[in-house]
Design a protein around this ligand. Structure first.
Ligand code: SF4
Ligand code: SF4
Length: 451
């Protein structure tokens, strides 16, 4: 395809005349490249206010975690826990960069002084490592003062916003049941006014999945450049979980059929989730490559070129992303904050040893080793990797347990996009920007290398 001085490729033809053979060759290459060792760093998401939040979104899986803490619990990370966390996370992180992620509940409920303290405690270590901070917020409590602080200290902010008012307000409500769209938009405008680095995290619940283009156009009209689409999947609690005060089920068992596969009425339908992603992808690939960054598409591209996934759900194995609760307790991951998955406490334990302990017990490794036959034979396994084990509660067509609930949607989506990704990978491999793929939709395209 590529000659020495001059490279010619018709991307139009690439998109329209790719044969199953060329796609298979590319996928095999992906398999070969994908021998890169797993990064041995760790990632800790801190929840300094535990599950407390000023809102009451229908689909939130974390609010009900209050049932797992003692009555009268003060959900606020103490200064002792905060200091131990910052010191140990930096000290034991084997990579030169340390990213602190502050999440909840709603972390801004702690007030600005808490985060000023965070920055002060990080300062003495700044000469040893690159320290970054991210804050995930519902945006409703942001003010000019907050945004000045976030800008000054280079926080990356993830703001939760599901789309235009009628879509967002369907599920994202306050404690009185009122929609929160207007307040979140005030927060978004403040972030934009102060030029704070931000991205939008949009949850895709059942009703939202019927309106992909409304969601995508809305974000573009609001000037949002970085978007992450997050599917909502929750199973109803079984009787044992209900007895602990929970209404939602915990992680699925990977080695036996989950009798309880009843999802909540707000969980996205598998096929609809695939359609939702495809509708947005089709619009994006024609108009917005290189201008709007939909992280789900970036991750897929990443898998296509054979790099390890930056997100646990599409990684071969997981288990290096811990959660630190306000009390200092550490759990295997955000979806595993249950007593059975508690690994230790930051005041007494070394987080790297906790990860090793968790992996030795099989957490994260089974994401790969317990894949059912349907996944092992799947054409898009390299991109999908079977999805998050928490949601593997469906049965395969061989009647095996352990298939991801969203399988239909994932397969549909990854199969749909692979010819485009193939074209983009070829462009990148030959020194052209991936965004040149958009020109192919306006007619045949000939690219000359070196001009
Ligand atoms: S269980 Fe799911 S959410 Fe948790 S680390 Fe693994 S892939 Fe990620
Ligand atoms: S698309 Fe379905 S069968 Fe294929 S790897 Fe993903 S979950 Fe498994």
């Amino acid at each position: 395809m590529c000659s020495k001085g001059r490279f010619q490729v018709s991307v139009f033809r690439l998109l329209n005349f790719l044969t199953p053979e060329t796609l298979n060759q590319s996928e095999n290459k992906m398999k070969t490249k994908e021998t890169t060792p797993l990064p041995q760093g760790m990632h800790i998401v801190a929840k300094p206010i535990g599950p407390l939040c000023n809102l009451n979104c229908t689909y939130c899986f974390y609010l009900e975690k209050q049932a797992l803490f003692p009555k009268g619990e003060e959900y606020r990370m103490s200064d002792g826990v905060l200091a131990a966390y910052i010191k140990k996370y930096i000290h034991f992180q084997p990579t030169p960069e340390v990213e602190f992620v502050w999440q909840g509940g709603e972390p801004t409920l702690l007030g600005l002084d808490f985060f000023k303290r965070v920055v002060d405690l990080q300062k003495p270590f700044a000469h040893r490592k690159t320290i970054k901070n991210s804050l995930q917020t519902n945006g409703t409590l942001l003010t000019d003062r907050w945004c000045e602080f976030l800008k000054r200290h280079h926080f990356m902010v993830g703001i939760s916003l599901d789309g235009p008012k009628e879509i967002h307000d369907h599920y994202r409500r306050d404690r009185g049941g009122a929609g929160t769209f207007d307040n979140v938009m005030k927060g978004l405008k403040l972030l934009q006014k102060h030029d704070v680095e931000y991205n939008v995290m949009a949850c895709v619940a059942r009703e939202t999945a019927y309106k992909p283009i409304d969601v995508y156009h809305f974000f573009k009209e609001e000037g949002v450049e970085f978007i992450q689409l997050f599917p909502i999947i929750e199973r109803m609690a079984d009787s044992k979980e209900e007895a602990s005060g929970l209404r939602l089920a915990g992680p699925a068992s990977l080695d036996k059929y989950e009798a309880n596969s009843r999802v909540t009425e707000w969980s996205v339908e598998p096929g609809k989730y695939g359609d939702f992603l495809i509708a947005i992808f089709d619009e994006w690939i024609r108009n917005d490559v290189g201008k709007t960054f939909v992280m789900n598409f970036e991750w897929a591209m990443n898998a296509w070129i054979g790099s390890p996934s930056p997100v646990c759900i599409f990684a071969r194995q997981c288990g290096r992303s811990l959660v630190l609760e306000h009390s200092g307790d550490i759990y295997s991951c955000d979806h595993s904050v249950y007593p059975d998955y508690k690994l230790g406490n930051i005041l007494e334990d070394n987080p790297l040893e906790m990860i090793d302990k968790s992996i030795a017990k099989g957490f994260g490794v089974s994401k790969e080793t317990a894949l059912p036959r349907q996944c092992l034979e799947c054409k898009v396994l390299n991109a999908c990797r079977g999805g998050c084990p928490k949601h593997r509660f469906a049965k395969t067509y061989y009647d095996e347990p352990g298939l991801h609930y969203l399988c239909d949607g994932y397969r549909k989506f990854f199969l749909h996009i692979r010819k485009y990704l193939h074209a983009m990978a070829q462009l990148l491999e030959n020194g052209f920007p991936a965004s040149d793929v958009m020109m192919a939709f306006n007619g045949p395209l000939v690219i000359q290398k070196g001009k």
